[in-house]
Design a protein around this ligand. Structure first.
Ligand code: F6P
Length: 327
């Protein structure tokens, strides 16, 4: 094991995701196990620029494994996109003798890490923390499982109203460029239809499906829409459909940020604990410029350049399954 690393900085960046705290805890406790020091950086890259940083010891991360959000706060930083901002961030790194940085977040977070590492040659380790589950190099990212569970619980409730009133509900879930939350929510809640960015299904395809539903005398319907789908906003899609399917009373529900909060599921806690541990172990073995993910139940390290560039394709068999089960 390399002995060069003594001080590790850690921060969260981008949208919060349930399980980030469990990952912070795992990083701190694994590092302490190896006699390393961890420094918590507050507000993501903003805190790195401003030197908003505090030593984290094992007791500082007690009682957080079950908490949503992030004790380190998070932000999207415009300043870090400038060379001047990154220079200030590097000064913080030097001032606190940081030998390596662990960044928990999604695509934007890792893109920042890639640029910073290239400019200043700081060992960097990414941990995928985003409910969108859109990073290549890991089967799941931290927060996705909790977000899907929250969405499914919401859809179950909406189903009661849809059934009682014979209504067709369009339910919007998060996922700017990714249909993972929508697809998993659709299958797990037994929804009739799903619209995701990866699938170029248009409103006409959806109408065909809904007309088949009507023929079968199905009196209510649930369609899950990823916010990033290509057919416009969920309200626009619902309006188009309601014009052509006058027999249904159409309603829209947007689940929104509810999906980002709440206590992480045990799956997310497991994932976060393993990735946090894997991040520190990886750094100690000389891994740098990589993201620590889990693939086929094994910890793996993927170059950050690949994690952000390669497309994490939607599992085609799941799409087929959604289609078969909605008939
Ligand atoms: O990337 C995670 C995510 O929750 C997306 O699904 C969503 O589009 C976006 O963040 C919302 O960001 P904000 O909280 O800044 O509105």
């Amino acid at each position: 094991m390399s002995t060069d690393i003594r001080h590790i900085g850690i921060f969260c960046s981008g949208g919060d995701a349930p399980g980030m705290n469990a990952a912070i805890r795992a990083v701190v406790r694994t590092a302490t196990f190896h006699d390393l020091h961890v420094h918590g950086i507050y507000n993501g890259y903003e805190g790195l620029i401003d030197g908003n940083i505090k030593r984290l010891e094992n007791r500082d991360v007690a009682n957080i494994i079950h908490k949503g959000g992030t004790i380190l706060k998070t932000a999207r930083s415009e300043r870090f996109m400038t060379k001047e901002g990154r220079k200030m961030a590097y000064e913080t790194v030097m001032a606190h003798d940081l030998d390596a940085i662990v960044a928990i977040g999604g695509n934007g977070t890792l893109t920042g890490a890639k640029v910073f590492q290239k400019e200043f040659d700081i060992p960097f380790m990414g941990i995928p923390g985003t409910i969108d589950n859109d990073l290549y190099g890991t089967d799941y990212s931290i927060g996705f499982d909790t977000a899907v569970n929250t969405a499914v619980e919401a859809v179950d409730k909406i189903r009661d109203t849809a059934d009682s009133h014979n209504r067709l509900f369009f339910i919007e879930v998060m996922g700017r460029h990714s249909g993972y939350i929508a697809l998993y929510t659709a299958i797990a809640s037994g929804a009739g239809g799903v619209l995701i960015p990866e699938l170029s299904a248009d409103v006409d395809d959806l109408l065909k499906l809904l007309k088949r539903m009507m023929k079968r005398k199905k009196l209510f319907g649930l369609v899950i829409v990823a916010e990033g789908n290509e057919n416009g906003s969920t309200h626009e899609v619902a309006k188009l459909v309601s014009k052509k399917l006058e027999d249904y009373e159409v309603k829209v529900a947007v689940i929104g940020h509810l999906q980002r909060g709440g206590s992480p599921t045990s799956n997310d806690r497991m994932l976060a604990s393993r990735m946090g541990n894997g991040a520190v172990e990886g750094l100690l073995k000389g891994q740098s410029g990589v993201m620590c993910g889990i693939h086929n139940n094994e910890v793996i390290y993927t170059p950050i350049t690949e994690a952000i560039k390669k497309v994490k394709a939607i599992d085609k068999s799941l799409l087929d399954l959604a289609g078969v089960l909605s008939t």
